[in-house]
Design a protein around this ligand. Structure first.
Ligand SMILES: Nc1ncnc2c1ncn2[C@@H]1O[C@H](COP(=O)(O)OP(=O)(O)OP(=O)(O)O)[C@@H](O)[C@H]1O
Ligand SMILES: N[C@@H](CCO)C(=O)O
Length: 298
């Protein structure tokens, strides 16, 4: 018997919404799992050759913890993981591994998927909810915290919008990139960003191009992180100057740079060519928004 689950790539922050805004993409990590004598994980695509191949893999660890919490036997699994999402790329790879592990426990034991519980556990494990919410529920999310519970609201979005992604080779794991931030911010910067979040959400609902530029004006994390990432900063600056791209942002904590695309005729190829001409190596993808989130079955 094979169990299949999948979870979408996500961008946290979307520029000004540090730890608040998140969006899911139609780019999925898929896990095929079969009961076996012991745990083994074969990853194909991103992370092949570097991610653990045994019970130390984050998907296996999360699955084990979920089975134990559900008071169900930990059935060892052989997993084949098809992964198009760069690891430590700023596209929520850890949220896909965490939510995928949780979903596997439900699938193996024939239980319904409790999305709210999975969201809470993934957000707790990550320490922030902005990747977990879109990974689990799909779509655009505005997140917050109430005591020790995370909150999230799914926000409708203009269906014409797509997102252009460039993942250069800079190293930017989330933990290191969080340490690059100050312990607090001037009140004026917090107020400035709060206003940007409202304007950006309005633009995402309506597709209005002027408001999409709010993504690149953040004062909370991008100004501290971009100077640490040479290629990422070069892509960010090039795309901010490109009139075809109405708004640019660092995806999560980077190194992926993302840009809103409204023009339905645009393709990724000319952007890949332009970055090549500028001597910047990066993986380029043009993605649509995913509204489904975590999926049980193929
Ligand atoms: N497909 C995967 N299988 C197993 N573990 C994974 C997988 N993808 C990510 N991980 C784990 O998550 C870690 C990366 O987490 P990190 O939060 O730094 O990056 P990210 O989630 O890609 O970025 P961001 O949170 O900024 O979007 C990896 O070191 C690995 O331990
Ligand atoms: N909000 C998180 C997202 C990480 O993907 C951060 O910026 O650190």
């Amino acid at each position: 018997m094979t169990f299949t689950v999948s979870a979408p790539a996500t961008s946290g922050n979307l520029g000004p919404g540090f730890d608040q805004l998140g969006l899911a993409y139609d780019l999925r990590l898929t896990i095929h799992a079969e009961p076996a004598e012991r745990f083994s994980v074969v990853t194909e695509g991103e992370g092949a050759g570097s991610l653990p191949t045994d019970e130390h893999n984050l998907i296996a660890r999360t699955y084990r913890a979920a089975c134990e919490r559900l008071d169900k036997p930990v059935v060892p699994l052989h997993m084949r993981v098809i992964n198009p999402i760069p690891v430590c790329g700023g596209l929520g790879s850890s949220a896909t591994a965490l939510s995928g592990g949780e979903a596997l426990a439900a699938a193996v034991h024939g239980l319904p998927l409790d999305r709210e519980a999975v969201f809470q556990r993934c957000a707790q494990a990550e320490g922030h909810p902005d990747n977990a919410a879109p990974a689990v529920f799909g779509g655009l999310h505005l997140c917050g915290q109430n005591g020790d519970r995370f909150t999230t609201e799914k926000i409708p979005m203009d269906a014409r919008l797509r997102v252009l992604l460039a993942t250069p080779c800079d190293r930017a794991d989330t933990e290191t990139m969080r340490r690059a931030l100050p312990e607090s911010w001037p009140q004026a910067d917090l107020d400035f960003n709060r206003d940007l979040v409202q304007r950006l959400l309005h633009a995402l609902k309506t597709g209005e191009p002027a408001g999409l530029a709010c993504s690149q004006q953040d004062r909370i994390h991008q100004p501290y992180r971009l100077p640490l990432l040479k290629n990422t900063k070069a892509v960010f600056d090039l795309w901010c100057a490109d009139p075809r791209l109405p708004g640019v942002f660092l995806s999560g904590s980077g190194p992926t740079v993302a840009a809103w695309v409204r023009d339905e005729t645009l393709s990724a190829a000319p952007f890949a060519h332009a970055l090549g001409e500028a001597g910047i190596e990066a993986k380029i993808q043009l993605v649509a928004v995913d509204q489904e989130g975590l999926r049980l079955g193929s």
